[in-house]
Design a protein around this ligand. Structure first.
Ligand code: HEM
Length: 395
Protein backbone atom coordinates (compact mmCIF):
# COMPACT_ATOMS: atom_id res chain seq x y z
CA UNK A 1 0.00 0.00 0.00
CA UNK A 2 1.31 3.48 -0.83
CA UNK A 3 1.28 5.95 2.01
CA UNK A 4 0.07 9.49 1.41
CA UNK A 5 2.86 12.07 1.29
CA UNK A 6 1.55 13.70 4.48
CA UNK A 7 1.61 10.45 6.48
CA UNK A 8 3.58 11.10 9.68
CA UNK A 9 6.62 8.83 9.68
CA UNK A 10 9.91 8.29 11.47
CA UNK A 11 12.97 6.12 10.98
CA UNK A 12 13.80 5.95 14.71
CA UNK A 13 14.64 2.56 16.25
CA UNK A 14 12.56 2.62 19.41
CA UNK A 15 14.43 -0.45 20.72
CA UNK A 16 18.01 0.74 20.25
CA UNK A 17 20.02 0.90 23.51
CA UNK A 18 20.27 4.71 23.42
CA UNK A 19 16.54 5.11 22.98
CA UNK A 20 15.73 2.65 25.75
CA UNK A 21 18.06 4.45 28.14
CA UNK A 22 16.03 7.66 27.79
CA UNK A 23 13.05 7.20 25.48
CA UNK A 24 11.20 10.38 26.43
CA UNK A 25 12.68 12.85 23.87
CA UNK A 26 11.93 10.30 21.13
CA UNK A 27 8.39 9.85 22.42
CA UNK A 28 7.82 13.60 22.36
CA UNK A 29 9.08 13.78 18.80
CA UNK A 30 6.68 11.00 17.75
CA UNK A 31 3.73 12.65 19.53
CA UNK A 32 4.52 15.90 17.74
CA UNK A 33 4.45 14.08 14.39
CA UNK A 34 0.95 12.70 14.88
CA UNK A 35 -1.51 10.37 16.59
CA UNK A 36 -0.36 7.49 14.40
CA UNK A 37 3.20 7.53 13.05
CA UNK A 38 4.60 5.11 10.51
CA UNK A 39 7.84 3.54 11.83
CA UNK A 40 9.85 2.69 8.72
CA UNK A 41 12.53 0.68 10.55
CA UNK A 42 9.92 -1.61 12.11
CA UNK A 43 7.34 -1.73 9.33
CA UNK A 44 4.74 -0.83 11.95
CA UNK A 45 2.64 2.04 13.29
CA UNK A 46 3.36 3.82 16.56
CA UNK A 47 0.47 5.22 18.58
CA UNK A 48 2.34 7.68 20.82
CA UNK A 49 -0.45 10.00 22.07
CA UNK A 50 -2.66 9.41 25.09
CA UNK A 51 -5.85 9.47 23.03
CA UNK A 52 -4.59 7.12 20.35
CA UNK A 53 -3.37 4.60 22.97
CA UNK A 54 -6.78 4.64 24.70
CA UNK A 55 -8.55 4.40 21.35
CA UNK A 56 -6.66 1.22 20.36
CA UNK A 57 -6.96 -0.42 23.79
CA UNK A 58 -10.69 0.33 23.87
CA UNK A 59 -11.42 -1.27 20.48
CA UNK A 60 -10.36 -4.92 20.48
CA UNK A 61 -12.37 -5.59 17.33
CA UNK A 62 -10.20 -3.23 15.27
CA UNK A 63 -6.97 -3.74 17.25
CA UNK A 64 -6.55 -7.43 17.98
CA UNK A 65 -4.43 -8.66 20.89
CA UNK A 66 -3.17 -11.41 18.59
CA UNK A 67 -0.55 -8.76 17.70
CA UNK A 68 0.59 -8.18 21.30
CA UNK A 69 4.10 -9.42 20.42
CA UNK A 70 5.99 -7.45 17.79
CA UNK A 71 7.39 -10.53 16.06
CA UNK A 72 5.84 -13.58 14.45
CA UNK A 73 7.58 -16.48 16.26
CA UNK A 74 6.54 -15.14 19.66
CA UNK A 75 3.02 -14.35 18.42
CA UNK A 76 2.75 -18.04 17.56
CA UNK A 77 4.00 -19.05 21.02
CA UNK A 78 1.36 -16.85 22.65
CA UNK A 79 -1.66 -18.31 20.87
CA UNK A 80 -4.18 -19.29 23.55
CA UNK A 81 -2.73 -17.05 26.30
CA UNK A 82 -4.93 -14.47 28.00
CA UNK A 83 -2.71 -11.65 26.77
CA UNK A 84 -2.99 -12.58 23.09
CA UNK A 85 -6.65 -13.67 22.93
CA UNK A 86 -9.63 -11.49 21.96
CA UNK A 87 -13.18 -11.82 23.27
CA UNK A 88 -15.21 -13.98 23.43
CA UNK A 89 -12.49 -16.60 24.17
CA UNK A 90 -10.67 -14.02 26.31
CA UNK A 91 -13.67 -13.58 28.62
CA UNK A 92 -13.55 -17.09 30.13
CA UNK A 93 -9.76 -17.03 30.60
CA UNK A 94 -9.87 -13.64 32.20
CA UNK A 95 -12.70 -14.60 34.58
CA UNK A 96 -10.51 -17.30 36.14
CA UNK A 97 -7.77 -14.76 36.89
CA UNK A 98 -10.19 -12.08 38.09
CA UNK A 99 -11.75 -14.51 40.60
CA UNK A 100 -8.49 -14.54 42.52
CA UNK A 101 -6.92 -11.20 41.59
CA UNK A 102 -9.87 -8.80 41.68
CA UNK A 103 -9.96 -6.06 44.35
CA UNK A 104 -12.37 -8.02 46.57
CA UNK A 105 -10.23 -11.15 46.36
CA UNK A 106 -6.96 -9.44 47.27
CA UNK A 107 -8.27 -7.06 49.97
CA UNK A 108 -7.91 -9.73 52.71
CA UNK A 109 -4.20 -10.02 51.79
CA UNK A 110 -3.57 -6.37 52.52
CA UNK A 111 -2.61 -6.69 56.18
CA UNK A 112 -0.24 -9.61 55.61
CA UNK A 113 1.45 -7.85 52.69
CA UNK A 114 1.81 -4.62 54.72
CA UNK A 115 3.41 -6.58 57.58
CA UNK A 116 5.81 -8.30 55.20
CA UNK A 117 6.74 -4.89 53.77
CA UNK A 118 7.47 -3.48 57.22
CA UNK A 119 9.65 -6.48 58.11
CA UNK A 120 11.61 -6.30 54.86
CA UNK A 121 12.10 -2.52 55.08
CA UNK A 122 13.36 -2.85 58.67
CA UNK A 123 15.79 -5.54 57.55
CA UNK A 124 17.29 -3.58 54.65
CA UNK A 125 17.51 -0.36 56.67
CA UNK A 126 19.36 -2.18 59.45
CA UNK A 127 22.18 -2.83 56.98
CA UNK A 128 22.65 0.92 56.35
CA UNK A 129 23.43 0.55 52.65
CA UNK A 130 21.64 -1.73 50.21
CA UNK A 131 20.73 -2.27 46.59
CA UNK A 132 17.13 -1.07 46.25
CA UNK A 133 16.61 -3.34 43.21
CA UNK A 134 17.87 -6.66 44.56
CA UNK A 135 17.23 -6.25 48.27
CA UNK A 136 13.91 -4.44 48.21
CA UNK A 137 12.18 -4.19 44.84
CA UNK A 138 12.94 -7.77 43.79
CA UNK A 139 12.85 -9.51 47.13
CA UNK A 140 9.36 -8.25 47.95
CA UNK A 141 7.17 -9.21 44.94
CA UNK A 142 9.20 -12.36 44.64
CA UNK A 143 8.17 -13.54 48.08
CA UNK A 144 4.54 -12.31 47.81
CA UNK A 145 3.71 -13.42 44.26
CA UNK A 146 5.58 -16.71 44.37
CA UNK A 147 3.66 -17.78 47.46
CA UNK A 148 0.30 -16.64 46.10
CA UNK A 149 0.67 -18.52 42.84
CA UNK A 150 1.84 -21.50 44.85
CA UNK A 151 4.76 -22.34 42.58
CA UNK A 152 7.23 -24.99 43.73
CA UNK A 153 10.46 -23.58 45.17
CA UNK A 154 12.63 -25.30 42.55
CA UNK A 155 11.69 -22.50 40.09
CA UNK A 156 12.97 -19.69 42.30
CA UNK A 157 16.53 -19.53 40.93
CA UNK A 158 15.26 -19.27 37.34
CA UNK A 159 12.05 -17.31 37.60
CA UNK A 160 13.48 -13.79 37.38
CA UNK A 161 15.54 -14.61 34.31
CA UNK A 162 12.50 -16.24 32.73
CA UNK A 163 10.17 -13.33 33.56
CA UNK A 164 12.61 -10.78 32.13
CA UNK A 165 12.99 -12.83 28.96
CA UNK A 166 9.22 -13.15 28.62
CA UNK A 167 8.94 -9.38 28.33
CA UNK A 168 11.93 -8.78 26.08
CA UNK A 169 10.82 -11.37 23.50
CA UNK A 170 7.57 -9.43 23.06
CA UNK A 171 9.55 -6.73 21.23
CA UNK A 172 10.80 -6.85 17.64
CA UNK A 173 13.16 -9.75 16.89
CA UNK A 174 16.36 -7.82 17.66
CA UNK A 175 19.41 -9.31 19.40
CA UNK A 176 17.82 -8.78 22.82
CA UNK A 177 14.67 -10.71 21.86
CA UNK A 178 16.66 -13.45 20.11
CA UNK A 179 18.75 -13.92 23.27
CA UNK A 180 15.61 -14.21 25.38
CA UNK A 181 14.01 -16.99 23.35
CA UNK A 182 15.87 -19.87 24.94
CA UNK A 183 14.95 -18.71 28.47
CA UNK A 184 11.29 -18.47 27.46
CA UNK A 185 11.51 -21.96 25.98
CA UNK A 186 12.94 -23.20 29.30
CA UNK A 187 10.08 -21.58 31.19
CA UNK A 188 7.39 -23.02 28.93
CA UNK A 189 8.85 -26.50 29.17
CA UNK A 190 9.12 -26.27 32.97
CA UNK A 191 5.56 -24.96 33.31
CA UNK A 192 4.45 -27.63 30.83
CA UNK A 193 5.52 -30.32 33.28
CA UNK A 194 3.45 -28.93 36.19
CA UNK A 195 0.21 -30.47 37.38
CA UNK A 196 -2.26 -29.33 40.03
CA UNK A 197 -0.42 -31.49 42.57
CA UNK A 198 2.75 -29.37 42.13
CA UNK A 199 0.96 -26.19 43.19
CA UNK A 200 0.27 -25.33 46.79
CA UNK A 201 -3.20 -26.10 48.14
CA UNK A 202 -5.48 -23.03 48.06
CA UNK A 203 -3.08 -21.08 45.79
CA UNK A 204 -4.02 -19.00 42.74
CA UNK A 205 -2.22 -21.53 40.57
CA UNK A 206 -4.25 -24.43 41.96
CA UNK A 207 -7.47 -22.44 41.30
CA UNK A 208 -6.67 -22.46 37.57
CA UNK A 209 -6.66 -26.25 37.50
CA UNK A 210 -9.90 -26.31 39.53
CA UNK A 211 -11.55 -24.04 36.95
CA UNK A 212 -10.60 -26.56 34.27
CA UNK A 213 -11.93 -29.47 36.35
CA UNK A 214 -15.22 -27.57 36.73
CA UNK A 215 -15.37 -27.09 32.93
CA UNK A 216 -15.04 -23.26 33.07
CA UNK A 217 -11.96 -23.32 30.86
CA UNK A 218 -10.29 -25.98 28.77
CA UNK A 219 -7.50 -28.03 30.31
CA UNK A 220 -5.08 -26.81 27.66
CA UNK A 221 -5.60 -23.23 28.94
CA UNK A 222 -4.15 -24.02 32.38
CA UNK A 223 -0.50 -23.76 31.47
CA UNK A 224 -0.74 -20.51 29.45
CA UNK A 225 -2.67 -18.95 32.35
CA UNK A 226 -0.10 -20.11 34.85
CA UNK A 227 2.68 -18.61 32.73
CA UNK A 228 0.76 -15.32 32.54
CA UNK A 229 0.65 -15.12 36.33
CA UNK A 230 4.25 -16.03 36.82
CA UNK A 231 5.75 -13.67 34.26
CA UNK A 232 3.32 -10.73 34.54
CA UNK A 233 3.36 -10.58 38.32
CA UNK A 234 7.09 -10.17 38.86
CA UNK A 235 9.06 -7.84 36.57
CA UNK A 236 6.29 -5.27 36.45
CA UNK A 237 6.05 -4.83 40.21
CA UNK A 238 9.83 -5.09 40.67
CA UNK A 239 10.32 -2.23 38.24
CA UNK A 240 7.56 -0.17 39.86
CA UNK A 241 9.22 -0.38 43.28
CA UNK A 242 12.71 0.31 41.85
CA UNK A 243 11.38 3.28 39.88
CA UNK A 244 9.60 4.58 43.00
CA UNK A 245 12.72 4.51 45.20
CA UNK A 246 14.73 6.17 42.42
CA UNK A 247 12.17 8.91 41.82
CA UNK A 248 11.77 9.65 45.54
CA UNK A 249 15.55 9.85 45.93
CA UNK A 250 16.01 12.31 43.07
CA UNK A 251 12.93 14.40 44.00
CA UNK A 252 13.47 14.92 47.74
CA UNK A 253 10.85 17.67 47.90
CA UNK A 254 8.20 15.25 46.61
CA UNK A 255 9.34 12.64 49.13
CA UNK A 256 8.94 15.23 51.91
CA UNK A 257 5.32 15.73 50.82
CA UNK A 258 4.58 11.98 50.99
CA UNK A 259 6.22 11.70 54.40
CA UNK A 260 4.32 14.72 55.71
CA UNK A 261 1.00 13.32 54.50
CA UNK A 262 0.94 9.53 54.12
CA UNK A 263 -2.58 9.71 52.64
CA UNK A 264 -0.68 10.79 49.51
CA UNK A 265 0.82 7.30 49.07
CA UNK A 266 -1.83 6.10 46.54
CA UNK A 267 -1.52 9.34 44.56
CA UNK A 268 2.29 9.14 44.68
CA UNK A 269 2.19 5.58 43.35
CA UNK A 270 -0.06 6.65 40.47
CA UNK A 271 2.45 9.36 39.65
CA UNK A 272 5.38 6.87 39.78
CA UNK A 273 3.43 4.62 37.39
CA UNK A 274 2.59 7.51 35.07
CA UNK A 275 6.07 9.01 35.08
CA UNK A 276 7.96 5.80 34.24
CA UNK A 277 5.53 3.18 32.95
CA UNK A 278 6.93 -0.25 33.92
CA UNK A 279 5.48 -1.67 30.68
CA UNK A 280 6.37 0.86 27.98
CA UNK A 281 4.85 -0.73 24.92
CA UNK A 282 2.81 -3.71 23.73
CA UNK A 283 1.54 -4.53 20.25
CA UNK A 284 -1.80 -4.96 18.52
CA UNK A 285 -2.75 -6.06 14.97
CA UNK A 286 -5.19 -3.95 12.92
CA UNK A 287 -8.02 -6.22 11.75
CA UNK A 288 -9.30 -3.69 9.19
CA UNK A 289 -8.34 -0.29 7.83
CA UNK A 290 -8.67 2.13 10.75
CA UNK A 291 -8.57 5.90 10.48
CA UNK A 292 -6.82 7.75 13.28
CA UNK A 293 -6.83 11.54 12.99
CA UNK A 294 -7.02 11.40 9.20
CA UNK A 295 -4.31 8.73 8.84
CA UNK A 296 -5.26 5.22 7.72
CA UNK A 297 -3.63 2.33 9.56
CA UNK A 298 -4.06 -0.49 7.10
CA UNK A 299 -5.65 -3.89 7.76
CA UNK A 300 -3.06 -6.38 8.96
CA UNK A 301 -0.63 -3.70 10.17
CA UNK A 302 1.42 -4.16 13.32
CA UNK A 303 0.61 -1.40 15.80
CA UNK A 304 2.63 -0.27 18.85
CA UNK A 305 0.53 0.85 21.80
CA UNK A 306 2.86 3.22 23.65
CA UNK A 307 1.72 3.40 27.28
CA UNK A 308 4.94 5.12 28.35
CA UNK A 309 4.55 7.87 25.75
CA UNK A 310 0.82 8.38 26.30
CA UNK A 311 1.55 8.94 29.99
CA UNK A 312 3.82 11.88 29.08
CA UNK A 313 1.43 13.41 26.54
CA UNK A 314 1.27 17.17 27.07
CA UNK A 315 -2.13 17.13 25.33
CA UNK A 316 -3.46 15.18 28.31
CA UNK A 317 -1.27 15.98 31.35
CA UNK A 318 -0.12 19.55 31.99
CA UNK A 319 3.65 19.78 32.45
CA UNK A 320 3.98 16.00 31.95
CA UNK A 321 7.73 15.76 32.60
CA UNK A 322 7.28 17.13 36.13
CA UNK A 323 7.10 14.47 38.86
CA UNK A 324 4.32 15.64 41.19
CA UNK A 325 3.06 13.32 43.92
CA UNK A 326 -0.15 15.33 44.33
CA UNK A 327 -1.18 14.98 40.68
CA UNK A 328 -2.98 11.66 41.29
CA UNK A 329 -3.28 10.63 37.64
CA UNK A 330 -5.77 7.81 38.18
CA UNK A 331 -6.29 7.56 34.42
CA UNK A 332 -2.63 6.75 33.61
CA UNK A 333 -2.06 4.06 31.00
CA UNK A 334 0.43 1.92 32.89
CA UNK A 335 -2.07 -0.82 33.69
CA UNK A 336 -3.45 -0.67 30.14
CA UNK A 337 -7.14 0.00 29.65
CA UNK A 338 -10.38 -1.85 28.82
CA UNK A 339 -10.38 -5.52 27.74
CA UNK A 340 -6.80 -6.42 28.69
CA UNK A 341 -6.35 -3.92 31.54
CA UNK A 342 -3.98 -5.44 34.07
CA UNK A 343 -5.62 -8.32 35.92
CA UNK A 344 -3.15 -7.97 38.80
CA UNK A 345 -3.34 -4.23 39.41
CA UNK A 346 -5.09 -4.47 42.79
CA UNK A 347 -2.34 -6.77 44.06
CA UNK A 348 0.41 -4.65 42.50
CA UNK A 349 -0.99 -1.52 44.17
CA UNK A 350 -1.09 -3.20 47.58
CA UNK A 351 2.50 -4.38 47.21
CA UNK A 352 3.95 -1.08 46.00
CA UNK A 353 1.93 1.09 48.38
CA UNK A 354 2.98 -1.09 51.33
CA UNK A 355 6.66 -0.60 50.53
CA UNK A 356 6.29 3.17 50.00
CA UNK A 357 4.29 3.53 53.23
CA UNK A 358 6.83 1.49 55.22
CA UNK A 359 9.68 3.64 53.87
CA UNK A 360 7.80 6.90 54.53
CA UNK A 361 7.33 5.94 58.18
CA UNK A 362 11.04 5.41 58.72
CA UNK A 363 13.11 7.34 56.18
CA UNK A 364 13.45 11.10 55.85
CA UNK A 365 15.93 11.12 52.99
CA UNK A 366 17.20 8.45 50.56
CA UNK A 367 20.76 8.90 49.24
CA UNK A 368 21.70 6.99 46.11
CA UNK A 369 24.74 6.31 43.96
CA UNK A 370 24.55 5.92 40.19
CA UNK A 371 21.63 3.75 39.08
CA UNK A 372 22.21 1.17 36.34
CA UNK A 373 19.34 1.01 33.90
CA UNK A 374 18.07 -2.37 32.76
CA UNK A 375 17.55 -2.73 29.02
CA UNK A 376 14.51 -4.76 27.97
CA UNK A 377 12.37 -4.39 24.83
CA UNK A 378 9.17 -3.93 26.81
CA UNK A 379 9.66 -3.11 30.47
CA UNK A 380 11.46 -0.13 31.99
CA UNK A 381 13.38 -0.49 35.21
CA UNK A 382 16.78 -0.70 36.80
CA UNK A 383 19.42 -3.40 37.23
CA UNK A 384 20.94 -1.74 40.27
CA UNK A 385 20.10 1.19 42.51
CA UNK A 386 22.75 1.56 45.21
CA UNK A 387 21.33 3.22 48.30
CA UNK A 388 24.42 4.73 49.89
CA UNK A 389 22.66 5.85 53.04
CA UNK A 390 19.36 6.96 54.50
CA UNK A 391 18.47 9.65 57.03
CA UNK A 392 16.17 7.94 59.46
CA UNK A 393 13.29 9.67 61.16
CA UNK A 394 13.93 10.10 64.86
CA UNK A 395 11.68 7.83 66.90
C1 HEM B 1 2.79 -2.38 38.75
C2 HEM B 1 2.76 -3.61 38.30
C3 HEM B 1 2.08 -4.00 37.01
C4 HEM B 1 2.01 -3.31 35.82
C5 HEM B 1 2.59 -1.95 35.49
C6 HEM B 1 1.26 -4.15 34.90
C7 HEM B 1 0.96 -3.78 33.59
C8 HEM B 1 0.10 -4.47 32.77
C9 HEM B 1 -0.37 -4.01 31.50
C10 HEM B 1 0.05 -2.72 30.81
C11 HEM B 1 -1.24 -4.93 31.02
C12 HEM B 1 -2.07 -4.79 29.76
C13 HEM B 1 -1.68 -5.64 28.61
C14 HEM B 1 -2.35 -5.23 27.32
O1 HEM B 1 -2.82 -4.09 27.15
O2 HEM B 1 -2.30 -6.06 26.42
C15 HEM B 1 -1.28 -6.01 31.98
C16 HEM B 1 -2.02 -7.17 31.85
C17 HEM B 1 -1.94 -8.22 32.74
N1 HEM B 1 -1.35 -8.22 33.98
FE1 HEM B 1 -0.31 -6.73 34.80
N2 HEM B 1 0.92 -5.30 35.53
C18 HEM B 1 1.39 -5.25 36.82
C19 HEM B 1 1.26 -6.22 37.81
C20 HEM B 1 0.64 -7.44 37.64
C21 HEM B 1 0.52 -8.47 38.65
C22 HEM B 1 1.06 -8.36 40.08
C23 HEM B 1 -0.11 -9.52 38.04
C24 HEM B 1 -0.47 -10.88 38.60
C25 HEM B 1 -0.09 -11.42 39.72
C26 HEM B 1 -0.43 -9.13 36.68
C27 HEM B 1 -1.09 -9.90 35.78
C28 HEM B 1 -1.52 -9.47 34.55
C29 HEM B 1 -2.26 -10.32 33.63
C30 HEM B 1 -2.66 -11.76 33.86
C31 HEM B 1 -2.53 -9.52 32.49
C32 HEM B 1 -3.25 -9.94 31.22
C33 HEM B 1 -4.68 -9.45 31.29
C34 HEM B 1 -5.44 -9.74 30.02
O3 HEM B 1 -4.84 -9.96 28.96
O4 HEM B 1 -6.67 -9.73 30.11
N3 HEM B 1 0.04 -7.86 36.48
N4 HEM B 1 -0.47 -5.68 33.06
Amino acid sequence: MTLAAQTPRSDVDLFADDTLLDPYPTYRDLRDRGSAVRLDALDAWALPRYDSVRRALGDWEAFSAAGVALNEPVSQMLVGTVLATDPPAHTALRAVLSDRLGPRAVRPLQRDIAERAETLVDRVLAGGTFDAVADLATAFPFSVVFDLIGLPDEARPNMLRWADATFTVLGPMNARAADGLSAVGEMFSWVGGLTAANLKEGSMGRAIFQAADEGRIKHESCLPLLSAYAAAGLDTTINTISNAVHLFAVHPGEWDRVCADPTLVPSALNEVLRYDAPVQVFGRRATRDVEIDGVVVEEGAQVLVMYGSGNRDERHYPDPDRFDVTRNPTDHLSFGYATHACAGQALARIEAQSIIAALAKRVRRIHIGTPVRHLNNTVRGLDRLPVTGVDLRSA
